[in-house]
Structure formats: C-alpha cells, structure tokens
Design a protein around this ligand. Sequence first.
Ligand code: FE2
Length: 276
Amino acid sequence: MALSIEPLNGALGVEVTGIDLSSSISADNKAALEQALTDHLVMVVRNQNYNPAQFLTAVRHFGHTMEQHLTDLLMDDHPEIAVLDSLDYDIGADGRAIPLGSKDWHTDHTNHAKPPKMTSMYAISLPRAGGDTGFANMHMAYDALPEDEKKKLAALNTINKIEDNAYVSDRDKERFGALQHHPLVRTHPVTGKKGIYIHPGKTAGIEGMEPEESQAFVDRLMAKVIQPEICYRHQWQLGDMVIWDNRAVSHVAYRDYDHKDRRTMYRVILTGDTPY
Ligand SMILES: [Fe+2]
C-alpha cells in the first residue's frame, strides 16, 4: 500500500490513499502529509476505518486537540470528539429540522481568542444523497481583490460572539461568550500568505461600524469573494476523514438532504494561535 497524494482541483484540496492513520505512521509519510496540507489546505483521506479512539490518533498526527464549545455534543468517553447527527436536530415551527452550525460560509470557533488551526471530520453515516461540504481558498479570495480594497480590508477587525441559536446552552454561552476581536485579513503563521478570515454568523460587528452596516458589509464581501474557481465541493464517502486549515479555508455544510436520512459526523478541532 503506497501513499498517494493527488490534488483535487486547482484551488485547494488533496486526496490521500494508501495510508491508515489510525496508528503510528513513518516520519517520511507524516512530513509528506503535512506538506500537502500546507500547500493544499484541505486533505481528504480515503478508506479509513476508525473507532473514536482511532479517529483521535489520526487527527493527532496534525496537532493537539482543543475543547469544543457545543459541549452537549461531546462524546462521554472521548470529550475531544463532537458528534454531529442530523437526527438530533430540533424541529422548527415550520416542521423542518434546524441544523446545527452555520448555514453560511465560515471558519470555525472564531469566538475563541485562539481559534482552532484545523478541523477534522470523519463520516459515520451518510444520507443517500446530498450533505456535501464546500471549501473555499480564502487566500485566493483575498488575492483576487483590487489593491485598494485589500488595503481597506486589512485595516478592519471583526468582533466575534458565540451564536445566539437555541442549540447553544446557557452554560456554553456563559463560558465561551466573551467577545473576541480578530483581523479580517489574517496572515497564515506558516506560509505568511494573507487571507480573508471571518465567521459571518459569529460576527457581532466590525470595529468602527454599526451592527447593521457590519452585517451588510460582511454579506456583500462573502457574496463577492466566494466564487466557483476558489472552491472544492466534497461529496462524502464512508471511510472519509477530511481535515482542513481554518486559517485559510472557509467551509459550508450543504443542507440539501432529508435530515431524517441520517448524516452523522465525528468532529475534532486542533489548537491554534492568536490571529494576526
Ligand atoms: Fe463549521
């Protein structure tokens, strides 16, 4: 079984086959995977077969696990893992499921002073159709802007809150609810590249703007920069582990499936640095 690493498209993402990450891996393979993740920002590792402990071993090849703030979702035996299960979603007044997480393009956990550098998900069960995850290269999003706009954005800071949604418990709001200020244009600590860094659903405002003005600004910005040529859309297969770099990637969960048609993911996040 030889390690194979193939780019998924010209924007971001690699597909990895020929390796089992559930136990130790060679230093050469580890270095090759780290380099691929640095270069391509999203990594899809196919044909894995993990129990929860093995998923943690796999993710820990890339860093240290970090506590997640939706604590009701954490596994009892492995609290580093959140279980995202469409069967657990609340049903709204319209009779439709209210999925957890952001419905928009975002990066994870920006309501932390040191947000996670990476997020990883492992597919446990998948709907018959739909339920893809989209990824966007936010370095490319930034690079495509005119120079004067880059300058304007680089002067801005976002103010980040925990979501107001009903599925966030009062206890979690208390513990993780302090406002955090982050630069809208973030410099990647490994590559030095700049990228747009934002979670619209967690943006309480932009420093110096009124809240409504901020929201309109953020919506306009994201609508403008998220274009097909900077994206990869992942169609999940059982056995997929996907890991991505939150410092440079936005993602979105497509909600085009029947939530009773079960979609279950394990999710782990890895400790990161203070954005600058
Ligand atoms: Fe997310």
